[in-house]
Design a protein around this ligand. Structure first.
Ligand code: CTP
Length: 400
């Protein structure tokens, strides 16, 4: 599980730093690449030579080394890792992390990183119990910093209680848990908006214009995104589909309500527009039921906003990946290409909805994933399988 993973290990100044040497060995045995930052205080407990020998990498220990800055800036150092591990995490370094201080390489790398962080605190029992330390740990936890330990027992300072750094194998287990979780939740930390179902455009209090969309595909996409860990908002028109687990559902009726709900849900990394939005709405909505006496009044229609095109043109707030569907009955890929360009989205899942395919309301879909420079033909799949394949593609896209 750890083979090929890149760990940035920050060793701060605690007596438990000697255990970090063993931690490096355990991680290396499992195939991880370990790059180490040693704080000035850390170097009082373990030597740079021991750390370099075990990690088989250069040790980074000075923020202001000019050669390091040109070879490997602290920003690159902090980003070229899959996980940053702070072991031992001392009261001092936890305080700096919580306060956002950056006065040495370790604290600067921790402030500059965009990668998940795991801390293994260690300190004297009274220090660990101190409200200041507990407040810092709570602040870090609220920011998503993961923690292993400390355990209870006899401490190096002679006192007994909570404050022992977790053992190297416990830290390895916490690191493995982290990678197991992220492998099954590749979109954790991403936000997604999905539109689904038809819209209903009222004519009067009892009548509306709508379409046959069931919402099955959009709901399946929202559920798959949520399973992959994305924080997902599903904006749905009326649909008989059950509410997908783990998504925030916003129910709407009209296209304009759907657009407003989508804009409200920004910012997002991903937008998937699977709704069958009614393109035109009655220009006037009668406030009381239209009566049939007299000649039929001509229906005057106005165009609805295009939600997909609006999200794709949202400027600064544009989701990094905007995906549309294109329901076509002929020249499926050709029309999808034109739609991709016209709406400014990144991908279109073009689906053949000719009546013979039974797509509308059915459980299956036959789609082509169309981007500006490629087309992938997918076999006939269940809508759930289409959703899962799409989410796999989205995860690959963000992984790159
Ligand atoms: N779409 C949208 N808002 C609209 C119309 C469509 O967000 N007002 C989105 C759909 O959710 C879908 C994509 O645009 O992702 C394409 O929908 P489709 O109905 O195939 O396209 P239209 O723009 O209506 O084009 P046409 O009907 O001419 O094929």
């Amino acid at each position: 599980m750890l083979a090929g993973k890149r760990i940035l290990l920050i060793i701060a100044g605690g007596i438990a730093a000697y255990k970090s040497l063993d931690l490096i060995r355990r991680l290396r045995e499992r195939g991880a690449a370990v790059r180490c930052v040693l704080t000035r205080a850390g170097a009082q407990f373990v030597t740079p030579l021991a750390v370099a020998s075990l990690s088989e990498e250069k040790v980074y220990d000075d923020l202001f080394s000019l050669t390091d800055e040109s070879e490997m800036g602290h920003i690159r150092l902090s980003r070229e890792a899959d996980l940053v591990v702070v072991a031992p995490a001392t009261a001092d370094l936890l305080g700096k992390m919580a306060a956002g201080l950056a006065d040495d390489l370790a604290s600067t790398a921790l402030l500059a990183t965009d990668k998940p962080v795991l801390i293994a605190p260690t300190m004297n029992v009274m220090m660990w119990a101190h409200p200041a330390v507990q407040a810092n740990v709570a602040t870090l936890a609220a920011r998503g910093v993961r923690r292993v330990g400390p355990g209870a027992g006899e401490l190096a300072c002679g006192e007994t209680g909570s404050g022992r750094m977790a053992e190297p194998l416990q830290i390895v287990a916490a690191i493995e848990d982290f990678f197991a979780e992220t492998a099954s939740r590749p979109l954790a930390g991403r936000r997604a908006i999905v539109t689904s179902g038809p819209t209903r455009e009222p004519l009067d209090p009892v009548r509306y214009i709508a379409n046959r969309s069931s919402g099955k595909q959009g709901h399946a996409v929202a559920a798959a995104l949520a399973r992959a860990g994305a924080d997902t908002v599903l904006v749905s028109g009326p649909s008989a589909e059950p509410d997908p687990a783990g998504v925030t559902l916003v129910r709407v009726e009209t296209a304009r309500e759907m657009l407003a709900a989508c804009l409200q849900a920004l910012p997002a990394d991903i937008a998937v527009c699977a709704a069958a939005v009614v393109d035109w709405r009655p220009a006037e909505v009668a406030t009381s039921k239209l009566k049939k006496n007299g000649p039929a009044a001509p229906l005057v229609m106005v165009e609805n906003p295009d939600i997909l095109a609006t999200l794709a043109a949202a400027g600064n707030g544009r989701p990094a990946l905007v995906v549309g569907f294109a329901a076509e009955t002929d020249a499926v890929v050709e029309y999808a290409r034109a739609k991709l360009a016209r709406k400014g989205c990144d991908w279109i899942l073009a689906n053949d909805v000719s009546p013979a395919t039974g797509t509308f309301g059915g459980d299956h879909n036959t789609v082509h994933l169309v981007s500006a420079d490629a087309v992938e033909d997918w076999p006939r799949l269940t809508k759930r399988a289409v959703a899962e394949r799409l989410v796999d593609r989205i995860a690959e896209h963000f992984d790159r």
